[in-house]
Design a protein around this ligand. Structure first.
Ligand code: C5P
Length: 232
């Protein structure tokens, strides 16, 4: 399974994303489309970016009853995306149903990755708001194990958790990790961060990088720097 850098295209409309991607003349980066762009532009934006030759991680984090998620996944799979995700909190049955929906008639399917606990949720909120008393790390690893037992390909996690996820779920289980910053750049609102080089060292399979590339003076050079540090 190839390691790669995924650019988080957190733009609000088609024009902005097209302007951004037009800067890349030599490479076709793997891109992440999130809720804002998808809800704003609809499935057409996925088809368009796919037809331009980009691999696509559709980050819609599904969470609903198994039957609904299964049917929604079938629709997403037909968009010919490469990776999508859901919340592990939806239970193992929901994740199994999602995989079923995602699998195309010819047996192929996009990669399916689970969100464990969002990085915006801390232990205190987990205890107070969702009545989960266990330590955060234990919850994250348990959700990762559930995702694996449901047949999923991996989890979204912090690069700092990647090593542990691999220990618990095996080397082949993918870790897709946001929270990446260059050693000399702004951290923005991200707290638990690492550099692309450190993410590589910790065994991350895909790094998801947004602002360090999209807001850079020279986004193509920033992307190439990520590739050099992460894959080099
Ligand atoms: O700009 P930045 O590099 O922080 O972007 C990271 C991307 O990864 C954003 O699209 C953000 O929503 C997403 N993400 C994250 N933390 C998670 C899950 C997703 O930062 N736990």
């Amino acid at each position: 399974m190839g390691k790669d850098v995924i650019i988080a295209c957190d733009f609000s409309n088609r024009k902005e994303v097209m302007n951004f991607l037009s800067m890349f003349k030599e490479e076709k980066p793997y891109v992440k489309i999130g809720m804002e762009l998808f809800y704003g532009e609809g499935p057409e934006i996925v088809r368009e970016l796919k037809s331009m030759g980009h691999k696509i991680f559709l980050d819609l984090k599904l969470h609903d009853i198994p039957n609904t998620v299964k049917k929604a996944m079938k629709v997403l799979s037909n968009l010919n995306i490469d990776m999508c995700n859901l919340h592990a909190a939806g239970t193992v049955s929901m994740m199994e149903a999602a995989l079923e929906g995602l699998t195309r008639e010819d047996g192929t399917r996009p990669l399916l990755i689970a969100v464990t606990q969002l990085t915006s949720t801390d232990e205190e909120r987990m205890r107070k708001d969702i009545l989960i008393e266990k330590p955060l790390d234990e919850v994250v690893m348990h959700y990762a194990k559930c995702a694996k037992s449901a047949g999923l390909d991996g989890v979204v996690c912090s690069p700092l958790e990647a090593e542990r996820v691999h220990e618990v779920c095996g080397k082949e289980f993918l870790t897709v990790t946001p929270g990446v910053r260059f050693a000399d750049s702004d951290t923005g609102d991200q707290v638990r961060i690492t550099t692309p080089a450190k993410a590589k060292e910790m065994g991350s399979d895909y790094i998801v990088v947004g602002r360090p590339i999209t807001q850079a003076k020279d986004p193509v050079e920033a992307y190439r720097r990520c590739i050099r540090e992460f894959l080099g």
